[in-house]
Design a binder for this molecule. Structure first.
Ligand SMILES: C[S@@+](CC[C@H](N)C(=O)[O-])C[C@H]1O[C@@H](n2cnc3c(N)ncnc32)[C@H](O)[C@@H]1O
Length: 260
């Protein structure tokens, strides 16, 4: 990893992370040498927080799990960035008491909206935490991939339920509370006043390939994932959808009031 701000190369890329890092890298490059205030909601053990701190940014991770935060703190210390990573135990829908409104340049919320009780207040909290012009990186579980996955494993009833359920769940025993299509995920962010700039598919192919192919041709797989990530219909079949959105800045940089 490289530490100089403005020339962030990030950690080694995998099909799980390459597309997300390429979107984040473009935003970091756009901000040049600025030290950004980053908030990672449900950031877990710091897979994104620690590389961002390593690149020189100040990162606060708010997570409900004390165990995840303890692992994050160890990981940040081992990477020599403990002073730039702040671990806070808390709930993603109650950030107001933990993070000053309009104080964050980049907020991450990866693989969280599908597990929380209600995603609407969490997204509202993300939008409130952002400065006008600040950006949000949101990763959600994709519904179409789950339908295909269930069907290909012979679970046709579960596939049918998932396809028909507006929330993208098979019911109370599902490991996730909901899944998204590109449109439903974008609508959730827009309802909080965020402007969606980009949507990519993450793991379009990686979970579908036999391990021998994925492990045998990692560079080719990575290249193909990147090539397909932004292109419907491939994008929409990905295991996860990555949305990059921004809190609009009005004239003179003033915030645009989110719709009621
Ligand atoms: C699937 S993990 C994702 C971790 C990390 N964002 C990533 O992409 O690797 C979900 C994380 O969200 C946290 N979480 C779940 N509900 C939460 C809530 N209401 N508020 C804050 N964090 C929450 C969990 O503790 C867990 O660390």
């Amino acid at each position: 990893m490289e530490q100089t701000r403005g020339r962030f190369t990030g950690p080694p890329l995998t099909p799980r992370t390459a597309v997300i890092w390429s979107v984040l890298r473009a935003e970091l490059d756009r901000r040049g040498d600025e030290q950004l205030t980053v908030l990672d909601v449900g950031g877990g053990t710091g897979g994104f927080a620690v590389p961002l701190a390593h690149a020189g940014h100040r990162v606060t991770v708010v997570d409900a799990s004390p165990d995840a935060l303890a692992a994050l703190t160890r990981r940040a210390a081992d990477a020599g960035v403990g002073d730039r990573v702040h671990a806070v135990q808390g709930d993603g829908d109650a950030l107001a008491g933990l993070v000053e409104p309009a104080s964050v340049d980049l907020v991450l919320c990866h693989a969280v909206l599908e597990v929380v009780d209600d995603p609407t207040p969490v997204v509202a909290s993300l939008a409130t935490a952002l400065r006008p012009g600040g950006a949000a990186s949101v990763l959600v579980a994709g519904r179409a991939a789950a339908v295909l996955g269930r069907a290909m494993n012979g679970h046709l009833t579960a596939a049918a339920t998932l396809a028909a359920d507006p929330g993208g769940s098979t019911g109370p025993r599902d490991t996730l509370r909901r899944r998204y299509d590109a449109d439903t995920a974008a609508a959730l962010l827009r309802a909080a006043g965020l402007a969606v700039e980009e949507i990519h598919g993450v793991r379009v192919l990686a979970d579908l390939l036999p391990a021998a192919v994925a492990d045998g041709q990692p560079a080719a797989l990575l290249e193909l994932e990147r090539a397909l990530a932004a292109q419907p219909p491939y994008r929409d079949l990905a295991a996860q959808l990555h949305l990059f959105a921004r809190r609009p800045a009005g004239p003179s940089g003033r915030p645009v009031r989110p719709p009621a």
